[in-house]
Every structure is written in structure tokens, then in C-alpha cells.
Write a protein that binds this ligand. Structure first.
Ligand code: IVH
Length: 663
């Protein structure tokens, strides 16, 4: 009996490990999130009933530890030094010349890898199990972050092959999307924003409470494989393949270069391609491939002579702050914005940069008239990073006492970083609420841009979000730059937004402190908008991660008459007040199996899965003869090819919606 249980537990763990690997390392899931959750649930249940079988490498043990008092310092097995930089081609040629000379004319090859912008971490394995994870620290000694590292799904708790004692070094990163989400969430909560993905990765790994790391969606890319502090595979290129075999994520964008020209080619290619990566890189790491040759080249006091970091020109530039004005957001928060003398930053002209809030202005010490450095990273809005030179006739910025848009009173509550306009009817707030409501991640109403929103509000056509659903063609056609064709397209997009799932609608209401994540959790916990609206503060706090502050904000929101009125009007417009059920027997998709691939026009993968499941269908991760339909969006890849090969019908989001509607 107990032997059977032990066997079942081990079988489940193996399945889960395999699917985690497929999902988090290879990015090629074979089963739906729902099926994966089922496996985890089953394992958790068995382990709860038989705690004697719980082992530290079980997939359930990623978040186990309690918050700690502080970090313990641990010595590195060999120094974690940093790399010298080459800031241009000339400096890279100097490096290559030195290598050639020191190797006495023998042939050599380079491995070129992306330089991910995060923080380095060493992970030690004994008998194939993760025993310790350590930050770089001062290079000789780092902090023990084992509990936190265990929550990063691309850090294997157990190696996939063999039981060796090894040490892996790599980079912990946060991708752009996770970074933007986190900041959006922090903005909604009035918390200070992280300046870049690097800082937020560091801030998320070096926290005492591992459950915070777990919620932050970090990723780990391995780039060195050591034993006893030394490489043990004769070629670095081969050791990267070995790391992959052991179950680590190794960046696939790498190249073995036979000469300097091939190296330059790789660097040139990524100069532009890097913008399209889901994470940030700040350059290319170049390493001599042969470990024997690495040993001959040796080290200086602070860096190896066998490697160098080629840095791309930073997207930073200097310019003058001509003025600082405030912008009013949807929660009434006043954001100071620097108006700059236009300057080219990495190919884009920048004339405005955010200063976030008064505390940030104080931290930077910036005043009107100063020369500052502005930086642009990824799609993130440009920001002022430091004062280069104080202006001669500089003058400090003073937060206005009255709202620059409506003249209403401005207040900064104790304990908050933001100053807010208290007038709920302020047109700036309405415009911002509509912009938020229509944005891609929320109700995704394509074509409802800033200029149009300004006109709609200024002409009194829209006085509340609900008015959007009452707009008529002839009202729109009269507006600037609005032909009949674009107007009817917009109306169709507004129409389509009625079916957006509850979490999006909830996010769209603009409740202070409720962003995408909290909205999803609330929707999933309570199941309907009415249940959330009726819940008292105590009940609201039963939802995961909802503390007194958020609960109070939600509670207050639904008790204000103007918000109640908005809700009733949105209900009358037929918006989604219920969370689509996970499964429904007898639905229009009953018995049908779907595979999703590529990016769909309006639905995220999770939403599409939930809708299909709600209509009785099933979603799997890979195409086989058992698949009934492949739903393909933009940039669909190998799954689409496979579907064509097997002759499985390929449909788009529109056809899927028609099928779900019973068509
Ligand atoms: S090799 C001695 N490879 O860049 C070898 N480092 O300034 C040192 N980094 O601290 C590291 N991607 O945090 C290496 N593919 C890569 C890397 C990489 C990012 C970081 C790492 C290191 C810093 C070097």
C-alpha cells in the first residue's frame, strides 16, 4: 500500500519536473496550465496525507521557507570576478590582438553570448540536488539566497541527468513584461517604481521573504559550468551544451566564432535585434573557447584576460530641463514631467521624461534649467537618471496647490508618495480613465487613442466610461481625422470589448491599488463582480495577497454612489460580470481538443484557454492526430507547420469565437 503511494508520488514528481522543464526552460509546453495544476494538486494532496515522503527536491517545495532575519554570507568556491569592457570596435580589436599575442600565434576560437542585464548568481549542486545559491556579493563572498532561488522555475532543484557535484554560474533576470507589470502594480499601490529590470531582479532576489521572489517571475540563464571552482569540460562551447543537457536554460542566441570577422558579425546582428528580445541585454560577452587557452591567458586582479564584455552604446544623452509640468493621472495623481530640449537618444527624439513624484525629484536633486542625463531603455518611457550640471539660473519645482486641469484642491496624504487632485469630475481623470480602460492590456479597444479621447471628452460626448458603448456613427464622423471607415471600425472594436473577461473589466474600472494581478486574483477568488462589490473588508482580505489597504480601497470604491451607477450602466451594456467557469459539460466545444499557437489579436493564452474550457473544450500543448483545431495567431511557429502536415484545420480567434457562440 504505502509502497504504491511512494511510487505514485515519485511518478507525479517526474511528470511535473518534465512539464516544468518543457514550460520554463524550453518554452514548449505539452499540456495546458489547467492539466499542469491538476498534477500539482494531486501531488500536494498525496504529500499532505503522507508527509513522511516529502523531499526537498519535490516540485512542491519551491516555496517552503519562512521569511528570514537576514542573509548569511558564504565564500565563493573561486572568485566571481567581473569582465573588462570594450566600448567600441577599436577596444575589441585591442583585446583580440592581446589574445593572439599571448597565445603565440596558435589558432583560437571565440564563443559570443548575449550579456543579459541582471545579477549573477552561483548555484551549487551536490549529488545532483540544489544545495546552495549565492549572489555575487563582493566577488569573494556573497549572500545565501537559496530559499529565494528555489522559487525560480528555471533553476532546477534536481539535475536532469546524473548526480554530479557541480557549480553553475548564471544571470538572474526579469523580462520586460514582468518588469512592466510589476511597476504597474507598484504604481497602483503608490509604491516607488523600479528604475529598470536589473534593479527589480536584484530587489526581487535579495528579499528576506521567499514568497515575494516567487511572485516576481524571475528567470535564470546559466553561462558557466564549474567543479571545485574550475571549468572541467575542455571547451566552453561544449560546457554550454552540457548545461542544457543537465536541465538549465542557456541562452540560445550564441555563436562559436572562428575569427574576429565572425565575432563582429554577431555583434552587428544583435545591435538592432536586441530591441526585439523579451529581456534587456547591455552587450555581448566574448570568451576564448578553449579552457586550456583560457588558463594560459589567465587573469588580472579584477578580470579574466580570456574574456571581455562588448558594450553597446548606452541609450543615454544629455540635455536641458526647460520646464517641469505636472500631468494628472486617472487616480488623480499628479506626475511631474520634465520638458526637455529635444535630444536624440539612441535614434529616437526625446522631449519629455517622467520624474515620477516629488521624492524622486528630491533624490535626483533636479531643478528647472539643469543639464541632465536622460535614458531610454526598451519601450519604457524615457527618464531622467541624474543631474550632469546645475543650471546657472536654476529654479526648484514646486508641486502646485491646485490641479492644473480643473483647479481642484491638491493633497498629499501622509505616507503616500503621490499628490492627488481630489476632484473626481476632473476631466483629466476622466480622460486618463478612458485611456486606461481602452488600453491593450485592459479592454483592448484599438483605435481609441489619446487625441480621440480628448475630443470625445472635450465635446461632452463621453462623460463616463459607460458612454463609450452608446456612441453612434454620426457622432464620430464629425470629429477631426475621423472618416466613416475608421469610425465604424472603432465602433466594432468597442462592441468586441463587451466580451472581455471579468479580470480585465475589473482592472479597467481603475480602482486604486488594483492592477492586472490583483484584479485576476479577486475575480478568481470571488467569481463575479457582484460578489466582489458586496464583500466586506474582512472577506476581501481572504483573497491571496490582498491586504487591508487594497481591501479598503475596493470596499470604498463599490460604496460610492457614482461608481455604483457606473457599474449598473456597464451591466446594462452586457459586459462580463461573471468569471467564465473552468469547465462546462454540454458546451458548444464539448469533446473538442484545441492547440493554441502564436499571439491572438485580443485574447491572451490564458484567456483563450479559459474560454475554450468554459465552452466544454480542452486545450493541449502540442499538435497530434487527436487535435481537432489549431488556433493560430501572429508569429505562429512549428505547431502551425505540424497542423498543416497532419491536415488539422487551422482557425483564427474570430472563428473560435463563432464556434464558442455556437456557430
Ligand atoms: S561570464 C569571468 N557570461 O556580466 C566570467 N557574464 O561584467 C564572468 N553576464 O558579473 C562572467 N551575461 O553578471 C558571463 N553570458 C554571460 C553573461 C555574463 C551576463 C554578467 C555577469 C557578470 C557581468 C560581467
Amino acid at each position: 500500500m504505502s509502497k504504491d503511494i511512494a511510487r505514485e508520488i515519485e511518478r507525479l514528481r517526474e511528470q511535473i519536473r518534465r512539464h516544468e522543464y518543457l514550460y520554463y526552460v524550453l518554452d514548449q509546453p505539452e499540456i495546458s496550465d489547467y492539466e499542469f495544476d491538476e498534477l500539482m494538486r494531486r501531488l500536494r494532496k498525496l504529500e499532505a496525507e503522507h508527509p513522511e515522503y516529502v523531499t526537498p527536491d519535490s516540485p512542491t517545495q519551491r516555496v517552503g521557507g519562512k521569511p528570514r532575519e537576514g542573509f548569511v554570507k558564504v565564500a565563493h568556491s573561486s572568485p566571481m570576478l567581473s569582465l573588462d569592457n570594450a566600448l567600441n570596435e577599436g577596444e575589441l580589436r585591442d583585446f583580440d590582438r592581446r589574445v593572439r599575442e599571448l597565445l603565440g600565434g596558435k589558432p583560437y576560437r571565440y564563443v559570443a553570448e548575449l550579456k543579459l542585464d541582471g545579477l549573477s548568481m552561483a548555484a551549487r549542486y551536490e549529488n545532483g540536488l540544489l544545495v546552495r545559491a549565492i549572489t555575487r556579493g563582493d566577488g569573494l563572498e556573497g549572500e545565501d539566497v537559496t530559499e529565494n532561488a528555489r522559487t525560480i522555475r528555471s533553476v532546477p532543484l534536481r539535475l536532469r541527468d546524473g548526480l554530479p557535484d557541480i557549480e553553475v554560474r548564471g544571470e538572474v533576470i526579469m523580462n520586460r513584461r514582468a518588469f512592466e507589470r510589476l511597476n504597474e502594480e507598484r504604481r497602483a499601490q503608490g509604491l516607488p517604481l523600479y528604475a529598470n529590470p536589473r534593479n527589480s531582479a536584484a530587489g526581487s532576489l535579495r528579499v528576506l521573504d521567499p514568497s515575494i521572489t516567487a511572485a516576481r517571475q524571475l528567470d535564470y540563464y546559466a553561462y558557466l559550468l564549474l567543479r571545485g571552482g574550475e571549468p572541467f569540460i575542455p571547451s566552453h562551447w561544449d560546457s554550454l551544451a552540457e548545461l542544457e543537457r543537465l536541465g538549465f536554460k542557456v541562452n540560445p542566441n550564441r555563436r562559436l566564432c572562428r575569427n574576429f570577422e565572425e565575432l563582429l558579425e554577431f555583434i552587428g546582428e544583435w545591435e538592432t535585434r536586441r530591441e526585439s528580445l523579451p529581456y534587456e541585454i547591455d552587450g555581448i560577452v566574448v570568451k576564448v573557447d578553449s579552457i586550456e587557452q583560457q588558463r594560459r591567458l589567465g587573469w588580472t586582479a579584477k578580470a579574466p584576460r580570456w574574456a571581455i564584455a562588448f558594450k553597446y552604446a548606452p541609450r543615454q544623452a544629455e540635455t536641458v530641463v526647460e520646464n517641469i509640468e505636472v500631468q494628472v493621472g486617472r487616480t488623480g495623481a499628479l506626475t511631474p514631467v520634465a520638458h526637455l530640449r529635444p535630444v536624440n537618444v539612441g535614434g529616437v527624439t526625446v522631449s519629455r521624461a517622467t520624474l515620477h513624484n516629488e521624492d524622486e525629484i528630491e533624490r535626483l536633486g533636479v531643478q528647472i534649467g539643469d543639464v541632465v542625463a536622460v535614458e531610454r531603455s526598451g519601450e519604457v518611457i524615457p527618464k531622467v537618471v541624474r543631474v550632469v550640471r546645475p543650471g546657472e539660473n536654476r529654479r526648484p519645482f514646486v508641486m502646485p496647490k491646485q490641479c492644473p486641469v480643473c483647479g481642484g484642491e491638491v493633497v498629499r496624504e501622509p505616507g503616500e508618495v503621490a499628490s492627488r487632485c481630489l476632484n473626481t469630475n476632473c476631466p483629466a481623470r476622466l480622460k486618463e480613465s478612458i485611456r486606461h480602460f481602452a488600453s491593450r492590456a485592459v479592454m483592448d479597444i484599438d483605435g481609441l487613442g489619446e487625441a480621440l479621447i480628448d475630443q470625445l471628452v472635450d465635446r461632452g460626448l463621453v462623460k463616463s466610461i459607460a458612454d463609450l458603448y452608446r456612441l453612434k456613427l454620426d457622432q464620430l464622423v464629425g470629429l477631426e481625422r475621423m472618416a466613416e471607415k475608421s469610425a465604424s471600425k472603432l465602433l466594432a472594436n468597442i462592441e468586441a470589448s463587451r466580451s472581455r473577461p471579468l479580470p480585465r473589466l475589473l482592472n479597467g474600472l481603475g480602482i486604486p491599488f488594483v492592477g492586472e494581478r490583483t484584479a485576476t486574483i479577486l475575480a478568481e477568488t470571488f467569481g463575479s463582480l457582484d460578489a466582489i462589490a458586496q464583500a466586506d473588508i474582512e472577506t476581501l482580505q481572504k483573497a491571496e495577497g490582498v491586504g487591508p489597504k487594497v481591501a479598503h480601497s475596493v470596499y470604498t470604491f463599490f460604496r460610492q454612489p457614482r461608481n455604483r451607477e457606473l457599474i449598473e450602466r456597464l451591466r446594462a451594456e452586457g459586459l462580463q460580470f461573471e468569471l467564465a467557469a473552468r469547465k462546462r459539460a454540454g458546451g458548444p466545444l464539448e469533446g473538442k481538443t484545441f492547440v493554441l499557437t502564436g499571439t491572438l489579436p485580443t485574447l491572451t493564452r490564458e484567456e483563450a484557454t479559459r474560454l475554450i474550457e468554459a465552452a466544454g473544450g480542452k486545450v493541449t500543448g502540442s499538435v497530434s492526430r487527436k487535435t481537432d483545431y489549431v488556433v493560430a495567431g501572429e508569429e505562429a511557429g512549428s505547431k502551425l507547420a505540424k497542423a498543416r502536415e497532419l491536415g488539422i484545420p487551422v482557425i483564427g480567434e474570430r472563428e473560435l469565437r463563432e464556434m464558442m457562440a455556437g456557430g
